[in-house]
Design a protein around this ligand. Sequence first.
Ligand code: 13P
Length: 255
Amino acid sequence: MTPNIKPLVAGNWKMNGFRNSLSELGAMTAGYDIAMRNRIDMLLCVPATLIFAAAQEALGTRVHVGGQDCHFNQVGAHTGDISAEMIADSGGTAVIVGHSERRTDHGETNAIVKSKAEAGLRGDLLTIVCIGETEAQRKAGETLDVLKDQLDGSMPDDSTAAKVVVAYEPVWAIGTGLVPSAADVEEAHGFMRNNLTDRFGDKGAKMRLLYGGSVKPGNAEELMGIANVDGALVGGASLKAEDFLGICAAYEKLC
Ligand code: 13P
C-alpha cells in the first residue's frame, strides 16, 4: 500500500464471458457496499462484446467497466479493432493496454502500447499500462532492466495519477498459480515508483501501481501489504463474484 492512495481492484475477464456471465457482475455490484466503496475502487474489464451490457448492469453502482485493448486511432479502416472512444461510447470508463498477452499474441511493441495509452487518455479513459518480465528474463537477472525499458517506452508523456495506472504482471505468474516472493514484488514496485517519480514528479509519486499474476483471495492480503502495491489486476479470480469480492475484502481490511 501507499499512504493516501485509494487502491484499485481491477478484473480482466480476457476472452471469457457471455451475456449470462453478467450475473457475476450483478453479484459483484451487490457486494460492493458503502464501506468497500469508500476504501477501494472496483473495475471490471470485459470482452468488447460485453462492454455496453456490463456498463448498463453496473449503472449507478460505482463499479467501473472497461475494455481490454484499444486501437490508437479514433476511427478508420482497422477491421476487428475498437477505439478508446468506442469504449467510452459503450459506457466504459477504462482500458487495459500492453497486456503481455497482447504484446506476445499481437506483437505489440512499447511504441504501439504507448500510442494506445495515449489513445486511452484522449478518450478520457482510466488507462492501465501493463508491464512485466518473462521467466527467462527473470532467470537472467534482467527484471529491472525490462521494467525500465517498458516504462520508458510505454508510458504517455502526459501521464497523470488520476488517469494512468501501471500494472506489474510478471508473465510467468499469469495464470500459473505462481507468485513472486514479497521481497521481489517490493523490489519491482519500489523500482517502478522511483522511475515514475523521476519522470513525472508528484504525479508519479501518486500513481497507482497494481500487482497482477495469480492474485487470489488467499494471497491478496499479503500482496496488498507490500509497499507501493496499490491494488491488483486479477484474471481468473475475477470471473466469479465470490473470489473477486474476497480479494476486495482482503484489501478492505488493510485500508
Ligand atoms: P491471473 O490472475 O489469471 O493470473 O491473470 C492475471 C492477468 O493477466 C490479469 O491481467
